[in-house]
Design a protein. Structure first.
Length: 311
């Protein structure tokens, strides 16, 4: 279902590339802004919030896209979230941080800016709450900024083949059994620097520092920073600590050759990949970045304290 648009109000893609968008006068006659709505249908009131987005922005001539598994009235429906992200100018998720993380890799792949509307419990990554929908008009007046979030490129060398994945939060190497710990060695630029005997370990982005790494005792890192955080999970040594590496670091990890445990690597809670002592995992900064739209400026540490009060 395609919603009619106001032909007099137009938007320039060049403005989007410059980090802002604004209403165009009739002489520009560009194409209308296309906004994708990715809705977590499992969240209560998610569809109500999505309809509010349409209501707020339709008067500005915005064209809306949604996908078949959760179609929104007043939008053009396409088969998948990837297709609407690829076709849009701005991607909007309606759900929690998990909804953002799940779609962030696709947004980064196609270099599309992403805005999160929080309906979840925490909402560290989402920028606005359902009661802040009036902020949406800033998408067409250009009153926002783009915050770039670093991603990790994970390469798994397994059985003579390479598999590349992208992590928004973290890549975790962990054991499969509850009875034993796993020995993992880590190298920096090819030189072994540290070993952990633990339940597992993870490489995290600054964004991921407030996720699983935080629960494992890792430090909080401001999201604007570029670095790689290494955090052991329940290490069996008092001297085992977290390490923060520069963004240029190339790190590799391997399970100890004598280990007989079944181990796995999980990226952002997905991609459950079996790992053996013959496999090498390499971690570096991804050439891609997640571009988050900031409509409402919020102090990171104030937000952190507010969110942690909920636990």
């Amino acid at each position: 279902m395609r919603r009619s648009i106001n032909k007099q109000r137009r938007w320039s893609r060049r403005d989007m590339l410059n980090g802002s968008c604004r209403l165009m006068t009739p002489k520009h006659r560009g194409e209308p802004m296309k906004l994708s709505l990715i809705v977590n249908k499992d969240k209560a009131l998610a569809m109500v919030a999505a309809q509010r987005v349409v209501k707020e922005l339709a008067p500005y001539g915005v064209e809306f896209l949604s996908c078949e598994d959760c179609p929104v009235a007043g939008t053009t429906v396409m088969p998948s979230a990837e297709e609407i992200i690829r076709a849009c100018d701005i991607a909007v998720t309606v759900g929690g941080d998990g909804t953002i993380i799940h779609n962030a890799k696709c947004a980064a792949l196609y270099d599309k800016p992403l805005l999160g509307i929080n309906l979840g419990r925490v909402g560290f990554v989402a920028n606005i709450e359902p009661d802040e929908m009036e902020e949406l008009k800033k998408l067409v007046t250009g009153e926002y900024r783009i915050q770039k979030r670093m991603l990790l490129e994970i390469t798994v060398n397994k059985d003579g083949e390479q598999r590349r994945l992208t992590a928004v939060n973290e890549a975790v190497i962990h054991r499969d059994t509850l009875a034993n710990m796993v020995d993992i060695s880590v190298a920096l630029d090819g030189e072994r620097i540290i070993s952990y005997r633990a339940d597992g370990m993870m490489f995290s982005t600054p964004t991921g520092s407030t996720a699983y790494s935080f629960s494992a005792g890792g430090p909080v890192i401001e999201p604007d920073m570029n670095c790689i955080l290494l955090t052991p999970i329940c290490p069996h040594a008092l001297t085992s600590r977290q390490v923060v590496f520069t963004e240029d670091a190339v790190l590799s990890a391997r399970v100890h050759p004598e280990s007989t445990l079944k181990c796995y690597m999980t990226v952002d809670g997905q991609n459950h990949i079996p790992i053996s002592s013959d496999d090498m995992i390499t971690v570096r900064k991804s050439p891609k970045a997640l571009r988050l739209i900031i409509l409402k400026e919020k102090n990171f540490y104030t937000l952190l304290n507010e969110k942690l009060k909920e636990f």
